[in-house]
Design a protein around this ligand. Structure first.
Ligand SMILES: [Zn+2]
Length: 458
């Protein structure tokens, strides 16, 4: 019997883990961390209903933490590999996992200092050594190569256009086939080519982050420029909480275009995140190598990311000095939902400054500071105290690297036949429901929102 089990990203946008079981062998597509509210994060500690050592292979769709961040724990629990991914995904995962391990270690150390953990001593979900062991299991699998990933199970990766190296995955097992969208990019991604067609699929597992949304604009570049010009004119600072991987590159690409056209005000532009800067190096290398995923017009430009003007902040001291300066500037810093990272220090300072602006450029999950800001919070708790929100809060969602509802439907339409069913994952219940109804109405396909730990027979 061939089954598919949803071990995460069911009714929520994080913790992607999908288990395919052919009876004789098992493959997991993505091995992500739950993020957001405390209740969600607690799920990372829950015992899986399967034994990690019984899984033969993991396939990663891309290097975002909610798709790969559980891997070190999975390895610590007995998974022995291999982990298949594209070369660029492997490069990004090699940046993201050690950073995640460091954060886990810091959180445990902090809990021990403050004595607020239920456990004594508090332990990290995983440590740097677990992350290193996970990285040793990575095996590169290029887009387009059909490979046996476990006995009797083959997989093929194709471009997903979401972040560099991102993939849709087609898995064939037990006489059936399943195509996973992973996270689906927007066809208008300024750097990456659009997602590859679905092709032949018996079953489709599709993300639904923006299942109820329509991005009006192809890009919010005009809105960003407008915000920078306005903020600089009143002597303020623009703070942009950005996901370290891909969003930073998209922002820099747009700023680069503005600078070339002479539109960008003459203020310093900073990226304050060692992880974002490491990811930027991977993007620069892909552009230089004219990677097949990169849009040809981008590959024509040897320096598309504001090189020469961009100021890169690495040390904590430099970061603190940057928070302290009063001169107009643009700061791009992680994390994207303002849940942690250096952006918190900048927000604690500049949210109280009515001359300044905070620009939200992506999905803000429930329970995050980003979402509270979006909802119009008048004050936010950060670093243990309440901060008044007096800065301009600007929402520019079209910078999202997730397809909107029409774009998801458009991708599903590239299926060469009617699948037996579509499973909607990676979405809050509301958006997933709206998208499921559209798939039923517009495509006349069976569309199901699986619940956590549900098993379906293929
Ligand atoms: Zn993603």
């Amino acid at each position: 019997m061939t089954t598919l089990r949803f071990l995460g990203a069911a009714g929520t946008v994080t913790g992607s883990r999908h288990l395919l079981d052919a009876g004789t062998a098992r493959v997991m597509v993505d091995c992500g961390l739950f993020q957001g509210t405390r209740a969600l994060r607690d799920r990372n500690w829950a015992k899986l209903p399967i034994a990690a050592r019984d899984v033969d292979s993991v396939i990663l769709t891309h290097g975002h933490i909610d798709h790969c961040g559980y891997l070190p724990r999975f390895v610590a629990d007995g998974f022995q590999g291999p982990v298949r991914a594209t070369a660029d995904t492997a490069a990004l995962v090699s940046i993201v996992l050690p950073d995640s391990a460091r954060l886990q270690e810091e959180e445990a150390a902090h809990a021990n200092e403050q004595g607020y953990s239920k456990h004594a001593p508090a332990l990290p979900l995983y440590d740097t050594e677990d992350a290193e062991r996970a990285l040793e299991l990575l095996r590169v699998m290029p887009h387009g190569d059909r490979r046996e990933v476990a006995p009797g199970i083959t997989a093929t990766l194709a471009t997903a256009g979401h972040i560099l190296g991102s993939s849709t995955v087609r898995v064939e097992l037990g006489g059936t086939s399943v195509v996973f969208s992973g996270d689906l990019g927007r066809p208008s991604h300024p750097l990456l080519l659009p997602p590859a067609p679905v092709g032949e699929a018996d079953w489709i597992v599709v993300e639904s982050t923006y299942g109820d949304r329509h991005h009006d604009e192809v890009s919010d570049a005009a809105g960003l420029l407008d915000t920078i010009v306005r903020t600089v004119a009143r002597g303020g600072t623009v703070v942009i909480p950005a996901f370290a991987v891909d969003r930073t590159e998209i922002l820099l690409y747009h700023l680069d275009r503005m600078a070339e056209l002479g539109e960008l005000p003459d203020v310093p532009i900073y990226v304050d995140s060692p992880m974002a800067l490491a990811a930027l190096r991977v993007y620069r290398a892909a552009v230089r190598a004219r990677s097949a995923e990169i849009r040809p017009d981008v590959a024509e430009d040897p320096t598309p990311f504001l090189e020469g003007r961009l100021r890169e902040i690495r040390s904590v001291e430099e970061s603190k000095a940057l928070t302290a300066t009063d001169q107009p500037k643009v700061i791009i810093a992680a994390s994207g939902m303002a849940t942690g990272g250096r952006v918190v220090h900048h927000l604690a300072r500049f949210l109280e400054d009515p001359r300044s602006s905070v620009v939200l450029v992506g999905y803000q999950a429930a329970g995050t500071r980003g979402q509270l800001l979006l909802a119009g919070a008048r004050e936010l708790k950060m670093l243990g105290r309440y901060v008044r929100v007096r800065a301009d809060v600007v929402n520019l969602p079209a910078f999202s690297v997730h397809a909107d509802a029409d774009e998801i439907i458009g991708w599903l339409r590239t299926s060469s036949r009617r699948p037996k069913g579509v499973f909607l994952v990676h979405g809050e219940p509301g958006p997933a429901r709206v998208l499921a109804d559209r798939i039923e109405d517009e495509l006349d396909w069976t569309a199901v929102i699986p619940h956590m730990d549900e098993i379906v027979r293929l």
